[in-house]
Design a protein around this ligand. Sequence first.
Ligand code: C5P
Length: 220
Amino acid sequence: VYPIVVAVDGPAGSGKSSVSKAVARELGYGFLDTGAAYRALAWHAEASGVDTDDAASVIGCLESFDYRIGTDPAGYGVHVGDTDVTSAIREPHISGIVSRVARVPEVRTHLIELFRAIMAAEPRPGIVVEGRDITTVVAPDAPVRVLLTASEEVRMARRAAELADVPAEATAEQLRARDRADSKVVDFMTAAEGVVTVDSTELDFDETVAAVIAVIRGSQ
Ligand code: C5P
């Protein structure tokens, strides 16, 4: 049987990754962080000496992009070839350039195919897939589709707390710039028809996880 797909979209700092991961763990589902793949491709392009502003060169990198994700629920590490890039792809430098790579249509087509192959191969009963265009483009037919939002103020504060060694204002500015750039490519701020919005502004982490699980249970 095909695994149940739980599609989760939302802006940067909405808590999508950590919430989706916790939901997957609790239900014994697989987990796919699609943003990590765009980040890993940005890392790979730079490691290959490519100017990430040049779409043709980025497209040229796709063939050699050997993206591998760990299936261990404790880690979900990300590798490009034999290199563990799990922490490198979270660096502010990569956050600063990833949108340039993600806006290239050929890049999106290539990665969407990869995501669908990973979803189809999931051995567990379900998979939580999170990103910006999962509910609308990658898996519009998923039986569970959630838009995870939070006020801009709360999203900035959460991300600043995560990157404690970077000045909060710099983090907030980068997050706003990234949302602006990404919004030109996909709309992840408004829920498409049939997509359930979970607003985590007033919820703590566990409450947000419980709210998403309630949506999943409610749809079964
Ligand atoms: O989710 P995260 O913030 O790690 O995503 C990193 C970047 O990857 C986003 O800023 C966006 O440019 C791109 N992305 C995307 N489509 C997705 C997921 C991420 O374009 N489904």
